[in-house]
Write a protein that binds this ligand. Sequence first.
Ligand code: ADP
Ligand code: MG
Length: 238
Amino acid sequence: MAHVSLKGVCKSFGRTEVIKGVDIEIEDGEFVVFVGPSGCGKSTLLRMIAGLEDITAGTLEIAGKVVNDVPPKDRGIAMVFQTYAIFPHMTVRENVAFGLTINGVPKAEKAEKVAEAARILQMEHLLDRRPSELSGGQRQRVAIGRAIVRDPAVFLFDEPLSNLDAALRMDMRLEIGKLHQDLGATMVYVTHDQVEAMTLADKIVVLKDGEVMQVGSPMELYHHPANLFVAGFLGAPS
Ligand code: ADP
Ligand code: MG
């Protein structure tokens, strides 16, 4: 578990400012959802927390330490992407273990961690298959497994369910909620889907054009939207 803190965070690509002074506090073990329309800067924010994008201005702290210049692998985070980013030529076991390869974990410990991730995600029976033999939901579970084995203090999810059909999306949503309960890790989850945001979040951050419109619990936002944008965005059916 770790506290994540963004203070005055800005991001420009060339002369275009896409994140405009964002302040967000994410508590230990909290499930925080960044929500907002396409292009509002959700992925950019998440990628800055992950260390995949430089921060143009402002401060990012993870677990009480400024990490602006800390490389991704040393931030205690693991990221799950929208596209599964798993390797077609590797088995599920090898794909999940890949999360540990770069950290040079001993073989026995690696096997143990893969087994544990498989148990948590209920995919023990899939370990020897290749991605082509899996459903979309199972593939996404492999990607989540790869994050779990690294035992991160913070999980980052970038629209992990948007490539799945509606029924599967609901199943996986429940699984991710359960994963949060079981692991107690801090989770930051990006989506443009208001239903996902409302059902998963302890706290929602509503973004528009690189700015925070409102931060609050699903109930606070639902009952007391700060402006018409928030009201319209959360009220509109997906
Ligand atoms: P979201 O994830 O909310 O859809 P993004 O964070 O992907 O939004 O993008 C925010 C804005 O930044 C968009 O206008 C996008 O075009 C721009 N952007 C994102 N990445 C880059 C990049 N590497 N170079 C230039 N502009 C980018
Ligand atoms: Mg995005």
